[in-house]
Write a protein that binds this ligand. Sequence first.
Ligand SMILES: Nc1ncnc2c1ncn2[C@@H]1O[C@H](COP(=O)(O)OP(=O)(O)O)[C@@H](O)[C@H]1O
Ligand SMILES: [Mg+2]
Length: 323
Amino acid sequence: MAERIGILVGWEQSMPQAFIERCNKVPGIHAEIAKIGATPELFDSPYRVLVDRISQEVKHYRFYLKAAALAGTFVINDPFWWSADDKFFGFSLAARLGVAVPRTAMLPQKDYIPAIVKDRSLRNLEFPLSWQAIVDYVGFPAVLKPADGGGWKDVTIVRNAEELMRAYDASGLNVMTLQEFIDFDEYVRCICIGRERDKVLVIQYSPARRCYIHHDKEKWLPAALHDRIVDDCMKINESLGYDMNSVEFAIRDGVPYAIDFTNPAPDMHIDSILPPYFEICVDWMVDFCVKTAKGQRGTRDDYRWAKMIDPKIPLLGPLGGDR
Ligand SMILES: Nc1ncnc2c1ncn2[C@@H]1O[C@H](COP(=O)(O)OP(=O)(O)O)[C@@H](O)[C@H]1O
Ligand SMILES: [Mg+2]
């Protein structure tokens, strides 16, 4: 019986298609777009590995992936870690791991759902906020951005108190962070697969043009800087439990500051990451997933329930469908 690898996808075409084709060339492996219907509580997952590219958008998929993890499927990325992350936790963690991060302050939300009556329900909140202390810590220019978000949504550069208050007042229900703006000399995005040192691809990125820039040489940065970036990526991915991530650094005066590194479904579209990098990423994903499916990597054994589950309880397949 072939080991099954499934992939959960949204609109994206290039990566899943190439990934499935390449996996299916490997003897003993069958890869496909995973099909998900109704799931019984004693679920026996048909997949050895599931690659998740979309559960941030589809709640049902996230819940399904947790049930699949319980059934022993190796889910990339781990849905429990992913559900627990936010950017501010990431900055706090990275700072404690010795990774350089910009000075960052998390702020209370500006607005709340209607059930929250501001002067009755929020007795835990300091009000007014100590804006002077916040601004003294972070400095200007600064970036006001959501503590969980992506795709540059609601990211504003503020140069003074007036711009800050205007952007904050418009931030609505978002939890925002105010962050030191790093006036960078160089910007990189690293695609990282499988938490392995030799699977960290350090790619130059232009935030102004919002595109990757190709270098013929894989190590195009000075060696010490390249190595530090790879070290930082390893620390970040190991501590956040991510097997697939993109990690952004703004480099100022030779110091790489981690800017955006909780991206558990990183963009891998061929046109955005450029064909040569696309080939490498897909090969690394295939290699990692095949190794995992064949059991050479072991399943995740650090779940709290791992040693408590009774292996004698009979399990059920999905309800209905053709499998
Ligand atoms: N602290 C910062 N210093 C300099 N530039 C920043 C900073 N934070 C964000 N940016 C710029 O804004 C862009 C989007 O912010 P980012 O934190 O990456 O959020 P998203 O998850 O939406 O991509 C980054 O790619 C970077 O160009
Ligand atoms: Mg980003």
